[in-house]
Design a protein around this ligand. Sequence first.
Ligand SMILES: [Zn+2]
Length: 255
Amino acid sequence: MDEAIRFLLALQDYDMRLRELMQNRSHIPQNIAALDEDIEASNRKIIQEKNAIQNAKLETQKLEKDFKSSEEMIAAGKYKLAFTKNSREYEILAKTIADEERKVAQWEELLLERMLENDSRQSEFSHLQEAANGEIQRLQNEKERQRQLSTHLEENIAELNRKIAAMRGIIQENHGRWLRHYDETKRAIRKMPCIVFVKNNQYCGGCNLKLSGNISAPDPAFPFIICESCARLISIAPALEVAAEASGEGEGDIN
Ligand SMILES: [Zn+2]
């Protein structure tokens, strides 16, 4: 009978491990989607900065064009001034030239500033691009790692399912009733394990509540009592060591 309990406990360990692996696997699609979003954001950042630099360059070119046509206007005005005899006309033209010269002086400063700004932005861009590409590469690697992890989990899940089927077959042979109770309890309770032992001769090993009455199984063919508080199956056999193979180390948290 001890051996049968051992098998049931091994099954429980397999089931708990399976549950953990399935949970880990269920996170992978979200993880990959989040990585895709990050890759997209990095790409967007590069494109946005590229466009912004392009726009700034176009604006600077326009300013340069205005600046040159102003300069030409000043040169033409000065030439015309030399031939102007009428003092009223002369005054007006001279004022126009002076205004234009003030404007050109301001623009010249602004133009220089913009050109320097564009140059430094352009050289910073290559650093930004390099950093973003590095980040994208890192994210791609992580995506690949998640895919490999998924394959690895699939394999482990398949292997566990095979072990579970074999173990259930063994238990079913002589202790079908135990198996049914185990399955029902597993369905009913939220937190595994669903088979526990009596703790300190009087407490439920699952929920720690004191057990009422005499702790003995009513049926020698079914050496369990059901906890009134948490509904777990409490084995009244002395606590057994579970086969080392079954007490899985788990696959670690993938997040
Ligand atoms: Zn309990």
